[in-house]
Design a protein around this ligand. Structure first.
Ligand SMILES: NC(=O)c1ccc[n+]([C@@H]2O[C@H](COP(=O)([O-])OP(=O)(O)OC[C@H]3O[C@@H](n4cnc5c(N)ncnc54)[C@H](O)[C@@H]3O)[C@@H](O)[C@H]2O)c1
Length: 341
């Protein structure tokens, strides 16, 4: 399969380039071309990861190379327009999260993908982290979704003064949706604003329920003393504690403990390279396999509606998102919201 990739910036160079290079070494793809508006970045990426040619214009690259699959790793505000153009040309697309900044952008991308039945996958890499995948397997083996009582998820970062942290918080929202194995039903959100840290800086707490009845709580703190991410899941006789970021904070070491009847049933430690531990290689490999075998890649744009609605709610400082109401009213599976008074 001929692979072209768009966006040769920070995140691409840190994780996607190494994953693409590994996939090429394993014979899964042929690295034909990379593209960035910045010619130096495109050429550096080409030379570092072994692409044949570098471009500064996406359409020129597509017309000349006729790729079988495309990766899109660009700033969030341009993702949607570029993705729609690519999907309309029928090229299977692997794109970074979030899939656009608004649910309306997601809808445009979904429409473009549907009309040509174009395979697509969103890089919610938590789902492919070995620690999260193993947790999901244990839940599937022992507990139907309705049997899970609580999922508590915490995401902390050090000195992240982003004006809009919702585009990172969406990772936590997606990870909980994945582990719950059930759609969100209703979510209440509270905010602790920290204007002295910068415009838009705030801590978020999302408190909700899933259709399964599972209670979920997500705490997001972007200016904590330590970078960390983890979850604790409780059901009768079972507790799963997982850490997605290791002891040194920035590294995706990851471990999981499964406690059953007050005894440690399993301790799982993620191993391998960074791109294995943080799920980047696993998600890319899953996308390539799905395209090759004619299966629907997951998570696709169609799997992201609730995550996008909640991300948008955080940005707009909404206090509640009720997915049940939106279904009853036969509206699009978007949001019926009540504004923070
Ligand atoms: N999964 C994660 O944990 C994670 C972490 C960081 C970033 N990301 C995501 O990765 C994406 C990129 O983030 P980044 O930090 O690498 O940004 P970045 O700004 O470092 O890199 C983006 C690159 O895209 C290029 N670009 C923009 N428009 C283009 C166009 N029309 N044609 C060709 N190139 C174009 C820019 O020149 C830039 O070099 C974002 O969507 C972000 O949300 C994900």
């Amino acid at each position: 399969m001929k692979l072209c990739t768009i966006g040769c910036g920070g995140h691409s160079s840190d994780v996607h380039g190494p994953a693409q290079q590994k996939a090429a070494r394993e014979g899964a793809v042929h690295l034909v071309a990379c593209c960035d508006l910045n010619e130096t970045l495109a050429e550096t990426y080409r030379a570092r990861f072994g692409f044949e040619r570098a471009y500064t214009d996406i359409q020129t690259m597509i017309d000349r190379e006729a790729p079988d699959v495309l990766c899109l790793i660009v700033p969030t505000h341009v993702t949607s327009d570029l993705a729609v153009d690519i999907l309309r040309q029928g090229i299977p697309l692997f794109l970074e999260k979030p899939p656009g900044l608004r649910t309306a952008e997601l809808d445009r991308m979904r429409a473009a993908a549907h009309s040509g039945r174009v395979p697509n996958q969103v890089a919610f890499n938590r789902r492919y982290m070995p620690v999260v995948a193993r947790t999901h397997d244990i839940l599937e083996a022992h507990l139907p979704p309705e049997a899970v009582q609580q999922i508590n998820y915490e995401m902390t970062r050090f000195d992240r003064r982003d004006a809009d942290f919702s585009t990172t918080a969406i990772h936590a929202i997606d990870a909980v949706r994945f582990l719950a194995r059930s759609p969100y039903h209703e979510v209440q959100i509270s905010y602790r604003e920290m204007p002295w840290m910068g415009g838009g800086v705030a801590a978020f707490t999302l408190d909700g329920t899933c259709e399964s009845g599972t209670q979920v709580r997500i705490n997001i703190q972007p200016i904590a003393g330590k970078t960390s991410e983890g979850a604790c899941i409780h059901a009768a006789e079972h507790t799963l504690r997982l850490s997605l970021l290791g002891a040194d904070g920035r590294q995706f070491q990851g471990y999981l403990e499964h406690w059953q009847k007050d005894r440690l049933a399993e301790r799982f430690q993620a191993t391998g390279d960074l791109i294995d531990r943080n799920g980047t290689f696993g998600e890319f490999q899953a996308f390539l396999d799905a395209v090759r075998e004619g299966r629907i890649p997951r998570p696709g744009l169609d799997d992201c509606g609730q995550q996008m609605a909640l991300m948008e709610a955080l940005r707009r400082r909404l206090s509640r998102v009720d997915f049940a109401e939106s279904r009853q009213d036969l509206l699009a599976p978007e949001l019926i919201v009540s504004r923070l008074s």
